[in-house]
Design a binder for this molecule. Structure first.
Ligand code: C2E
Ligand code: MG
Ligand code: MG
Length: 671
């Protein structure tokens, strides 16, 4: 039991807390007095009781005396043991206390070291935070949710031209967002990103800032505080704006470019807003560039852009969509009459444009397509607008065409026809027919006009008026004309070899070829390099060839004339050219158009015109050939009026080569 008590008292490891709860255990005077007290009590009891007890036990004085000695020893022994026990107990308590203190000290030491490390870390973090706030190239604002700014870092002060307290700033304006809305957003998420804020600094510059805000958890100062970090994206924004301008605006006129027009159309289409796209193409712009140079061309385009801008209003958009092409988007306009009225207004804007001594008449051709009727997307609308524009150009420039299914159908047919022409050229499908030229008085054959024919599998033909104009548009006419010339020259060689070298051969040349210097040069070379007698070659050109560009004959045409080739003006009387006008040209022959001959015997006025043309031509020494003589009456009238040459169904229809050869052989050999 004693052992247990001892164990309970001494053995359990006592920690610092135990000692703190039992301060008496380490109280030195009390314990010393207690030990001395115990010793005093034991000694007192021993002295008081031992002798009486001993005397009772050993009444014999001799044994009593001996026992007295033993009692003395026993006393020393017992007191020694007691002292030993008491001192050991106290020492154990002391040792334990010392150990506990030592352990607590070690713990304290470790905690202290930890605290020192934490303090160093905290100091480092503080330095870092201060460094970031002071030196980071970001605006850092500490502000209360009532909108008042508490601190603004140096970078922010410089950028926003403000002081540290941000007195001249309003947080709402900086963020570009109301405090209430930000406050709401901060309640649902810890960090929020604001829309782009735009702030005009006192010096007038605009600064664009992207903000990230976070509510601070520490709110011991009362009103919750927010830290907002702003990145200055002004430069990036300016760069973006510059790139945007480059990508979407034309550098010369500053007008929206084709891409932007596309985008606006896409937006309107998404909103299903009706509109009309109009593409304006300047007629003969290339002439300005060629005659006056590109600077003048640019000046003209700028001028045109200004004129067009002046008549653009409301939601309408004007853009430059290509070299000499401008585009209008007319919002909410799809009525054909309204479109035409507006186009008339646009055309009225332009007139003469003078640069230096030169004056140009500015005219435009235009095509228009409406959403939703003429296309469901911007690409289709552009495509259809171009189709309408090309149609307008084909029908004579300076006009506008609104897209229609008709135009599209014609276009598709034209594309098919154009591929068929290409195949026909490759496969040598074309043929030349020959319509004899007659001496009207003697009714003898003096030559023939070569007329192209395009035989079809069904045995019929596609006649020249059905494919020549298209071939002129596509440029295939150069190849056709080259083939015709070569074939006609071969025919002349054959006729010469067959003894009919005196016959003329008249060849039709397209106005395109006449107006294409290289093509005309090529033609002149082909004739001069061939063994045929150029004096027997007649080249028929139409009035349009002369009216189109030139006021004087191109050098190659003069060269052909010098070679001895006769140049004839075909279809005379259908256009506006006068005999006086063509006197500038090396033309010595005119072919009076069938539309005049038709009226012989029907219209006296027309007859009078024929008579006076024949008289004038004779006095100017032009040879006149009458086309399309179908009746005896026409023939007689013409002969009577002194017309010496003619062709027509009355004499012969255009004949295939073999029939023409047979005719020549029979008619000419019999003479
Ligand atoms: P063009 O040069 O005025 O040719 C005369 C046209 O009148 C021919 O039509 C001919 O067949 C037709 N013709 C001749 N006599 C009469 C007549 O008495 N009555 C009627 N109703 N018609 C008559 P075609 O062959 O259809 O040629 C039409 C036009 O096509 C030609 O008019 C010419 O401008 C062009 N053309 C024909 N062949 C060629 C060619 O090889 N090259 C080029 N570039 N154009 C050609
Ligand atoms: Mg002809
Ligand atoms: Mg003709």
């Amino acid at each position: 039991m004693l052992k247990q008590w001892w164990k309970r008292r001494i053995q359990p490891k006592k920690d610092l807390n135990w000692f703190l709860q039992h301060p008496d255990m380490l109280e030195e005077r009390g314990h010393a007095l207690r030990i001395a007290g115990i010793y005093l009590l034991v000694g007192f009891l021993w002295i008081l009781v031992s002798d009486v007890l001993l005397f009772a036990l050993f009444p014999n004085p001799q044994t009593y005396h001996m026992a007295q000695s033993f009692k003395g020893w026993l006393y020393v022994l017992v007191t020694s043991a007691t002292l030993y026990g008491l001192i050991r107990w106290r020492m154990q308590v002391l040792v334990q206390a010392a150990q506990t203190i030592s352990a607590a000290y070690a713990e304290l030491q470790a905690t202290h070291e930890e605290l020192v490390t934490t303090e160093t870390e905290l100091r480092y973090q503080k330095d870092l935070a201060e460094h970031i706030v002071d030196d980071a190239p970001s605006i850092i604002v500490l502000w209360s949710l009532d909108g008042s700014i508490e601190e603004l870092n140096p970078y922010g002060q410089t950028l926003l031209e403000a002081d540290a307290s941000g007195d001249n700033l309003r947080m709402e304006d900086l963020l570009g967002e109301s405090i209430t809305s930000l406050r709401e957003r901060l309640q649902t998420s810890t960090a929020v990103r604001s829309e782009l804020g735009r702030w005009q600094v006192p010096s007038g510059r605009s600064v664009f800032v992207l903000w990230n805000s976070r509510q601070l958890s520490d709110s011991h100062r009362g009103e919750p505080r927010v830290i907002s970090v702003g990145t200055d994206i002004t430069e990036r924004r300016e760069l973006e704006q510059r790139l945007h301008r480059l990508a979407y605006y034309d550098a010369l006129t500053q007008l929206p470019n084709r891409q932007l027009i596309h985008d606006v159309m896409d937006q309107w289409i998404t909103l299903q807003k009706p509109f009309t796209l109009v593409v304006l193409d300047m007629d003969h712009f290339q002439d300005i560039n060629d005659t006056l140079g590109h600077d003048a061309g640019d000046a003209f385009l700028e001028h045109a852009a200004q004129q067009l801008t002046a008549i653009t209003s409301g939601h309408d958009v004007l853009g430059r969509i290509g070299g000499d092409e401008f585009g209008f988007l007319w919002f909410n306009v799809t009525d054909a009459e309204v479109i035409q009225r507006r186009i008339d207004r646009v055309f009225d804007v332009f007139g003469a444009w003078a640069v230096g001594d030169h004056e140009f008449m500015m005219t435009f051709s235009a095509g228009a397509a409406c959403y939703p009727d003429h296309g469901q997307n911007s690409s289709d609308l552009f495509k259809n607008c171009d189709t309408a524009l090309n149609d307008a150009k084909k029908h004579g420039r300076g006009r506008c065409k609104l897209y229609s299914q008709d135009i599209q159908d014609r276009n598709v047919a034209a594309i098919r026809m154009s591929s068929a022409i290409r195949r026909a050229l490759e496969n040598q499908e074309f043929e030349l027919y020959y319509q004899p030229y007659m001496d009207l008085e003697s009714q003898t054959i003096i030559g023939a006009e070569a007329l192209i024919r395009w035989p079809q599998p069904d045995g019929g033909f596609i006649s020249p008026p059905d494919f020549v104009p298209l071939a002129e548009d596509t440029g295939q006419i150069y190849d056709i004309d080259r083939w015709v010339i070569q074939e006609a020259l071969n025919e002349m060689q054959y006729l010469t070899a067959s003894g009919f070298g005196q016959l003329f051969l008249s060849i039709n040349v397209s106005s395109r070829t006449v107006n294409q210097p290289e093509a005309l040069e090529d033609l002149a070379n082909t004739i001069s390099n061939s063994p045929v007698n150029p004096q027997r070659v007649i080249l028929e050109v139409t009035e349009t060839a002369l009216l189109d560009t030139f006021s004087a004959a191109p050098a190659s045409l003069q060269r052909l004339s010098d070679l001895g080739v006769h140049l004839a003006l075909d279809d005379f009387g259908t256009g506006y050219s006068s005999l006086e006008y063509i006197s500038n040209w090396p033309i010595k022959m005119i072919k009076l158009d069938r539309s005049f001959i038709n009226n012989i015997g029907l219209d006296e006025k027309k007859e009078a015109v024929i008579t006076s043309v024949l008289q004038l031509a004779a006095s100017l020494q032009y040879t006149v050939v009458a086309e399309g003589i179908e009746t005896e009456e026409q023939w007689k009238f013409l002969t009577l009026q002194g017309c010496r040459r003619g062709q027509g169904f009355l004499f012969h229809r255009p004949l295939p080569k073999d029939q023409w050869h047979r005719l020549v052989a029979t008619e000419l050999l019999s003479q």
